[in-house]
Structures are given as C-alpha cells and as structure tokens.
Design a protein. Sequence first.
Length: 82
Amino acid sequence: MFLPKYPDSPTPPPAHTHAPTDPAPVRRSALPAVSVSTGAVAAVLTGGVVLAALLTAVAVSAISVAIAAVVLRSLLREHNRR
C-alpha cells in the first residue's frame, strides 16, 4: 500500500549538449602612470614625524597633569585631616 511505484522504463535525464562559447577576452585598462617625487615622500615623512612628536607631547602633558592632580589631592587630604 505504501510502497512507491516506479515507472516501467525510466527515462534518462536530458543531456544538455550546448557547446560553451569562448569567453570574451579580458581587456585590462591601462593604469595611469603614477610618479612619486622625492619631495612628496619627504613631506609625508616630515608630517608623520611632526604628528608623532605632537602626540607624544600631549601624552607626556596628560601624564604630568595626572601626577600633579594626585599629589595635590594627597596634600589637600593631609591638610584637611589636621
């Protein structure tokens, strides 16, 4: 009752016989020539050094202010305890 019924003569799946077309040739667009002058490289390096120095100065200043705040807080705490 629940057994599947198979066809008497099974038909094979259709075989696609279309031939693949040749792929279109890949055209590579010519990239524009980029010339980097030594002046540009020097300017970028100088800018990087200046920015690094500024960031270092800001970090050192922030640490100095934090240390000064801790010292002042401890001095004021000692003054208020007396």
